[in-house]
Design a binder for this molecule. Structure first.
Ligand SMILES: [Mn+2]
Length: 422
């Protein structure tokens, strides 16, 4: 296997997702091995054990899909799906097709990052937008199961609609940290893997679907997976051995030019404006850069993680947090959305966000994360509503801005910081 680095074009962008996982499912840990052996034997042994547990996972998924032959499933993505989620869902769909299972890939929010829009358009990736409202009015009786890919349901408005219709969860396949409890026939949760695309590439390697270079759809899907894997690993800089091995496998099939075209997508002026506001408003304290960007449109929501990506590049800054109030004019809904980016190895974004913002009255966290990135969403409930004077809007923003800063500064200030990061 050859991973030709010249095929991997540069991108200054690392993907965000609003990760806020809440659920747990059982994860199999390898049984402790007590037989004596040398360290090199130990390494081999470990690799073999990992390999056999992967084969078991792939077999278990094969078995479940076989049991659902010819059925119809929904693949639910987070409301603002990223390349990792989109490419993994597509792979699930193609695998399921081998069992004559028809999958519809759905998300409730929008594709708000220019690279996501380019990915979907250029590869013909079959994801559909279903708002929660639209989903409620649909007849879902033809679906006999659903799959949660690169999420655990907490970042999707659709899971509750689907559950109300009594549709069981067939599979949860994700790499975010886990909380809570959710029942599914098949669970593959691996928080140590850097991308869900890596997990899906391993399924491909285990033979769940044989990629064929003469099938254009396979080339496009491999390209999408390469994009997903790269964006969740900060262009492979955060990648670990299994991510590199997955990328090496994909390198046999993906289209480097197509990937380049996806990465060349330009930022809109409105996204640039949000980045500008984040620069102007940022406050740097103890190597944290914190910026509130005020109100922004629903479609520009992804400007927040992009601004955080940018702020974290400043010298003497290891962590950036950017947040704003996103308003959806159609639904008159407002929500505080924020993103965290860190280059500090000892800072766990999941822990940081949970500690900073705590839980709502139902015990759900407002956000969470994965390696080097995290996000949060705080509904503003009764204070929502965009029909108001600019003076009122300004006052409202100032209150939220002050409240969020106060919660963040508690952790930024080492004296009060309950999280030990050193
Ligand atoms: Mn991911």
């Amino acid at each position: 296997m050859d991973l030709n680095s010249s095929h991997l074009s540069n991108s200054s962008y690392s993907q965000e997702l609003t990760e806020d996982p809440h659920l747990v499912a059982t994860v199999e840990l390898p049984a402790p091995d007590t037989s004596p052996m040398t360290t090199s034997e130990l390494g081999n042994h470990q690799a073999q054990r990992n390999h056999s547990s992967l084969v078991q996972k792939a077999d278990a998924l094969r078995h479940i899909l076989e049991q659902h032959r010819q059925e119809r499933q929904l693949v639910i993505l987070q409301d603002f799906p990223d390349p990792d989620a989109l490419s993994s869902a597509w792979t699930y769909q193609l695998i399921a097709q081998e069992y004559e299972i028809h999958c519809d890939i759905v998300y409730a929010g929008t594709l708000s990052h220019q690279e996501n829009i380019a990915l979907v358009k250029l590869t013909g990736l079959p994801a559909q937008r279903w708002t929660a409202q639209a989903a409620k009015s649909k007849d879902l009786s033809m679906y006999t199961g659903c799959a949660l890919i690169d999420n655990q349901g907490t970042t999707s408005q659709l899971l509750s609609v689907v559950q109300e219709s009594g549709i069981p969860i067939t599979a949860i396949i994700d790499h975010h940290s886990f909380q809570g409890d959710l029942k599914a026939e098949f669970v593959d949760l691996r928080p140590t893997v850097r991308a869900t695309a890596t997990i899906f590439t391993q399924y491909l390697q285990a033979g769940l679907l044989k990629l064929d270079s003469s099938v254009p759809q396979h080339i496009k899907c491999a390209t999408a997976l390469m994009h997903g894997l790269r964006s969740d690993t900060d262009r492979l800089m955060q990648a670990q051995e299994e991510d590199f091995l997955a990328a090496a496998y994909l390198s046999r099939f993906y289209d480097a030019q197509l990937l380049n075209a996806i990465l060349q997508a330009n930022r809109s002026k409105r996204v640039m404006d949000v980045i500008e506001r984040s620069l102007k408003n940022r406050m740097v304290q103890n190597n944290f850069s914190i910026a509130g960007v005020g109100y922004l449109r629903y479609d520009d929501r992804d400007a927040i993680p992009q601004a955080a990506d940018f702020l974290v590049t400043e010298e003497n800054v290891h962590t950036a947090v950017v947040y704003g109030i996103v308003h959806d004019e159609d639904e008159e809904l407002e929500i505080v959305v924020g993103s965290l980016r860190t280059t500090k190895l000892t800072l766990d974004p999941d822990e940081f966000i949970k500690e900073a913002f705590g839980q709502d009255s139902h015990g759900r966290f407002f956000g969470g994360g994965r390696t080097s990135a995290g996000g949060f969403e705080i509904p503003i409930g009764f204070l929502s509503g965009y029909i108001e004077t600019s003076e009122y809007a300004k006052k409202k923003w100032e209150v939220f801005d002050a409240q969020i800063k106060q919660k963040l500064l508690r952790l930024v200030n080492p004296k009060d910081n309950p999280i030990q990061t050193e």
